[in-house]
Design a protein around this ligand. Structure first.
Ligand SMILES: Cc1cc2nc3c(=O)[nH]c(=O)nc-3n(C[C@H](O)[C@H](O)[C@H](O)COP(=O)(O)OP(=O)(O)OC[C@H]3O[C@@H](n4cnc5c(N)ncnc54)[C@H](O)[C@@H]3O)c2cc1C
Length: 400
């Protein structure tokens, strides 16, 4: 058994570090207001829309990352990616979250608007219109599955696409769609046949943002993750054609589920990196801060919770890496992926809580990254499948 990090992952992290230092950090310094304690005041206007300067900045980052080969790096080389395997991509996610908040995560992961393997089902025309510009950082997209009345039970979705001559007419509403207001096109999941709950019969359409009948609805005000800008999307007599159908009719949900395992693994790995970052910050503070004449770290009440979180970081790191390794081996890793996502999201929440407690009042300040992690980590127990949905998967796999 080899527990060493794969050499390819180590060298990719080094390459990424150089890229971040040269191409991203100068932008972070130049636009420090978008990362500071009052970031949200600068990122959004009074309607909670992202301001043009912020949108331009994201475009610059995308294009730099695309040029350097980091944007869409997990996509196969045949479409302009690097074909980075699951384990390496996850290790990179851990690395990206194990540092102060910045634009580096956007440069690789795209905050819900970047390339996704679902689009590997594109035909040649769709590839030229959607996938190629997406890979080049010229366009962004969004993944429109969740609806106001259906999230965990997305296979019960109520958005429909019905055939009318040569056209498909999409009717319905989507909710909490990251990058919804800014996507050039949406991947929209709609029922084309079958009954509520049936997984077959859900199709995915590529819908341009300027298609008549497609409208951006309310922009949500999330507790954390504000930069992903989730919003509602409305479809009212929105007409598309067979050319806009992604892959086979009725295969949309399967396409989405094929991709979600890797997305969950990246979330899990990111949570591990973030938890490590929080432990290190808290330890550093506990060594420097003295109360009653002694450094905090010498009090078991402070050091033992850190030891417990650090233990859990190591355990969860091995779990997500095992799940990623199984995936790369072509073995069924559904149970391990669900376990990793469940454990890691809860771990990051606990790490943020412990780090804040160790820091006392200063951890509660917006000038420290801890409160941002405290808010953002809470969302990770909800997105890419809630805790309960991960448990449901684990039990199903145990019973199989
Ligand atoms: C910041 C953010 C970004 C998002 N981005 C996207 C996006 O880009 N695209 C997209 O499609 N969606 C997105 N979502 C939506 C997200 O996927 C859903 O919020 C999530 O799937 C949960 O669905 P829900 O909110 O409808 O909760 P519900 O499904 O209504 O669940 C409510 C609660 O009940 C629990 N529950 C539900 N069913 C059961 C059951 N059978 N047994 C036990 N407990 C159960 C759930 O776990 C949860 O705790 C985003 C959400 C957030 C917060």
């Amino acid at each position: 058994m080899d527990f060493d990090e794969p050499a390819a992952a180590t060298s990719l992290k080094e390459e990424l570090s150089t890229f971040i230092e040269r191409e991203i950090e100068p932008l972070e310094e130049e636009h420090a207001q978008f990362l500071g304690p009052d970031a949200e005041r600068y990122i959004f206007d009074e309607n909670f829309e992202q301001v043009p300067e912020y949108l331009d900045l994201k475009e610059t980052i995308r294009k730099r990352a695309a040029e350097a080969g980091f944007w869409g790096m997990s996509m196969p080389e045949s479409v302009g990616g690097r074909g980075v395997d699951t384990l390496t991509a996850a290790i990179v996610s851990e690395f990206l979250e194990n540092r102060s908040p910045g634009f580096h995560t956007y440069a690789v992961q795209g905050a819900g608007g970047g390339p996704t393997p679902i689009l590997l089902a594109c035909d040649d025309n769709q590839r030229a219109e959607y996938l190629d510009p997406l890979m080049a950082g010229e366009k962004t997209t969004c993944f429109a599955l969740t609806e106001p009345d259906h999230g965990s039970d997305a296979n019960f979705l109520e958005t429909t696409a019905e055939k009318d001559g040569d056209e498909w007419v999409i009717e319905g509403e989507k909710s909490w769609i990251s990058n919804g207001p800014y996507a050039d096109f949406a991947m929209v999941f709609a029922r084309t046949s079958g009954a509520p709950g049936e997984v077959g019969g859900i199709s995915c359409f590529l819908v341009d943002a300027d298609t008549p009948g497609f409208e951006v609805g309310d922009i949500h005000r999330p507790m954390g993750h504000a930069w992903v800008a989730p919003s509602k999307l409305r479809f009212d007599d929105c007409r598309v054609t067979d050319d806009d159908l992604l892959g086979e009719e009725g295969a949309g949900f399967y396409q989405a589920m094929d991709w979600i395992g890797n997305a969950r693994l990246n979330v899990a790995a990111g949570c591990v990196g973030s938890a490590q970052f929080l432990v290190e910050k808290a330890l550093d503070y506990a060594e420097r801060r003295e109360t009653f004449g002694k450094p905090l770290v010498e009090r078991q009440g402070i050091s033992f919770p850190l030891a417990e979180v650090a233990t859990d970081v190591e355990r969860t790191r091995q779990l997500y890496r095992f799940a990623a390794w199984k995936t790369d081996e072509g073995r069924d890793a559904r149970k391990e992926i669900a376990m990793a996502k469940l454990s890691a999201a809860n771990l990051e929440n606990r790490a943020a809580d412990v780090a804040m407690q160790v820091h006392g009042g200063s951890g509660y300040s917006r000038r420290e990254p801890i409160e941002e992690r405290y808010r953002t980590s809470r969302g990770k127990r909800l997105t890419e499948g809630t805790d309960e949905m991960q448990k449901q998967t684990i039990v199903r796999e145990l019973r199989d």
